[in-house]
Design a protein around this ligand. Structure first.
Ligand code: PMP
Length: 347
């Protein structure tokens, strides 16, 4: 969801952006006002997330999935990469890295059915690797790490698509963090890449320009016409986050919404939650009905109440509640009420 206040600003800017007489969708990337807006977005992002100065911030076209390839193209340096395999999304990242080089698996929870994050003592990085990759919040499986993996000297890379702005991440501890914006801070079409500048400039020899971080840094994310609308919406989301009281407040309300929904799911055996409590994700709550025959009725009834998108990811099945940053607390309370009501009618 996007907050109503953000949608209202988009609506207004759709016909007349800042009194210019043209739409935000018609604005040139070189428009002075837009250039200033983009600079402000980067400044806000750096301030809100405490991004250290030695990091570059890139605003790139496309999904987080593009980074599954760009990370190894730029960071592998002909060596090995070491990955944690904790669910569907890290599985996809691993598959792309394998297309480009050697991959070592530092821990896998596949045989536990991806029901929990690995414990710190189960993680065994290859310390000769070029980088270490993990997914702090596995969206499809609803699994979240409760700790920051210690990768020693290795640049730690995180796919933070569902985690950035929803859970605290100390950016200074990473080499590179990427996140597509449609989850927590905007709309689909753009991916943020925060990376230490010393990791830039080592792309494999045959890397085309559009996939080379050095090209994007040199051109301030304008190698190709940038995703103007997405970049602008991310700016509105960051403004909104500031108005909420900053990231701490947003983390707190993400936790509150998740606790509301998990408490409703835990009340009886009518619903089941596959993920171990210590690894439960705040923005993507994975659950199912003990009697799976009721799933279709559940989804249809929920939609009538205004609760949408509750089916699990097609490759995982079951149900899930998406509680991203833009979701109001009332959304979680409405879902908790609906869970109780559906149980009362069908339990
Ligand atoms: N990683 C994670 C953790 C995700 O949740 C998603 C998508 N939902 C992706 C990667 C892929 O993102 P995109 O669809 O933007 O490529």
């Amino acid at each position: 969801m996007l907050p109503d206040a953000v949608l209202a600003r988009i609506r207004d800017d759709m016909l007349d952006w800042r009194g210019t007489g043209f739409s935000i969708l018609e604005t040139s990337q070189w428009d002075t006002g837009l250039v200033e807006t983009f600079q402000q977005v980067e400044a806000d992002l750096r301030a809100l997330l405490a991004v250290p100065n030695e990091f570059a911030v890139l605003f790139l076209h496309g999904g987080a999935s593009n980074q599954f390839a760009m990370v190894p193209m730029n960071l592998l340096r002909g060596g090995t990469a070491t990955y944690l395999h904790t669910g569907m999304w890290s599985g996809k990242a691993i598959a792309d890295a394998r297309r480009l080089g050697q991959v070592h698996i530092a821990a896998s929870t596949a045989r536990h059915g991806f029901r929990r994050a690995p414990r710190p003592d189960e993680v065994c990085w290859d310390d000769r690797a070029s980088y270490a990759h993990y997914t702090p919040l596995e969206t499809a499986h609803g699994v979240q790490f409760g700790f920051l993996p210690q990768a020693g000297e290795l640049p730690l890379v995180a796919d933070a698509s569902s985690a950035l702005f929803a859970v605290p991440l100390d950016i200074s501890r990473f080499g590179l963090v990427y996140a597509s914006t449609q989850k927590n801070i905007g709309v689909v079409g753009m991916t943020l890449v925060l990376l230490r500048r010393d990791l830039i400039g080592h792309a494999a020899l045959r890397t085309p320009a559009a996939f080379d971080y050095a090209v994007h840094e040199r051109t301030s994310s304008r190698f190709t016409t940038p995703p103007v609308f997405c970049w602008y919406v991310t700016g509105l989301m960051l403004d909104w986050i500031k108005q909420q009281g900053g990231v701490e407040e947003v983390f707190r309300s993400c936790r509150h919404r998740a606790e509301t929904v998990y408490a409703a799911l835990d009340r009886s055996g009518f619903y089941t939650t596959p993920v171990e409590p210590s690894s439960r994700a705040v923005t993507s709550v994975s659950f199912a009905l003990a009697d799976s025959a009721l799933t279709d009725a559940f989804v249809a009834d929920a939609a009538k109440t205004g609760l949408h998108g509750l089916r699990g990811h097609p490759s995982v099945g079951g149900l899930r509640a998406s509680l991203y940053v833009g979701m109001p607390d009332q959304g979680a309370h409405a879902l908790a009420e609906f869970l109780a009501d559906f149980e009362a009618r069908h339990g």
